[in-house]
Design a protein around this ligand. Structure first.
Ligand code: ZN
Length: 311
């Protein structure tokens, strides 16, 4: 055995031992602990604080049912909007895995038919349609079924004269369906135009991370653009942008705080205030409960301009 083989054997042995000490996926799921800022944290404690770390304020990723049950509506107090799921693997795509296998895995992990779940519910006394993206479904990417889902949600808004809220968390358009995914940017844009034509309010909420074609289509088209604290928001990755720039980028480049300073976001919200903020904004845009939203409300003063624009 030469020295090179010896080093490789030693490396393999270390790797094997490390693997033995790491928790399996099943063990991680069943554990009462998760981790944040390099420390263990009780899942129950995190849940009681809207899935926001009390120590470092990190807003942990939430799946659609968690947003609906824990943040906006209350446990299962909402109705799912049905939408068609067209056959997707039209390109017969395969990279290191078959696309059909990826889809099956995503459906199992998220418990959803596609990467967006749209529902009808009530935020306090305001009826609303909300669509939310799932990170567990191929990193919140958008393809034909997700486009159909947004169209079904917006159709419901048009039929019932309801406001629309879109909670974004996405890596962009799904590469496995190529231009058919990109076409969803246009379809969603046209659907949003119909909302605007009907005078129905549209609010987006940027959550961590929102990138790619999602940040270049449906998200910036809203009447009001909200963002959760600390989220990443941008089109291409920071490193890719840096490669095309001669000067160094800002340290907080592509954070929502940076985007707000550059006029791309209206308001940054802590998750604990999200429901109240949405309620106040919708009240103003729908011209409801005007006496409740008095002038001392931040939302009211910030949004007077928007309301005038909308009317
Ligand atoms: Zn933390």
């Amino acid at each position: 055995m030469n020295w090179l083989t010896r080093i490789k054997t030693l490396g393999d042995r270390i790797k094997k031992n490390l693997k033995k000490t790491m928790a399996t996926k099943a063990e991680q799921m069943s554990s009462p602990y998760t981790s944040c800022h390099g420390k263990p944290i009780l899942k129950k404690t995190l849940e009681q604080n809207n899935f926001v770390c009390a120590e470092c304020n990190f807003h942990h990723k939430l799946e659609p049912h968690q947003y609906f049950s824990s943040i906006l509506f209350g446990k299962n107090i909402y109705t799912e909007i049905d939408s068609p799921v067209p056959y997707e693997d039209v390109l017969n795509w395969e990279d290191n895995k078959k696309y059909t296998d990826r889809l099956a895995q995503a459906k199992k992990a998220s418990g959803l038919k596609c990467g967006i779940l749209s529902v009808e519910g009530k935020i306090k006394d305001i009826d609303v349609v909300v669509s939310c993206q799932s990170w567990k479904f191929i990193a919140g990417s958008i393809s034909m079924p997700e486009g159909e889902n947004v169209l079904s949600a917006i159709n419901t808004c048009l039929e019932k004269k309801l406001p629309y809220v879109f909670i974004a968390k996405s890596s962009g358009m799904r590469m496995m369906t190529s231009s058919l995914s990109l076409a969803q940017m246009t379809r969603m844009t046209l659907a949003v135009n119909e909302l605007k034509r009907a005078g129905l309010p549209f609010i987006t909420i940027i959550t961590n991370p929102t990138t790619g074609g999602t940040s270049a289509s449906i998200v910036p088209l809203a009447d009001i653009i909200l963002a959760e604290e600390g989220a990443i928001y941008g089109f291409a990755g920071k490193r890719i942008v840096q490669n095309t720039e001669t000067r160094p980028l800002d340290e907080n480049f592509q954070t929502v705080e940076w985007a707000k300073n550059n006029g791309q976001i209206d308001k940054i919200v802590n998750r604990k205030d999200l429901k109240d903020t949405l309620y106040n904004l919708l009240s103003i845009l729908l011209k409801k409960n005007s006496e409740v939203n008095s002038e001392n409300s931040n939302e009211t003063s910030e949004l007077n301009i928007k309301t005038r624009e909308a009317s």
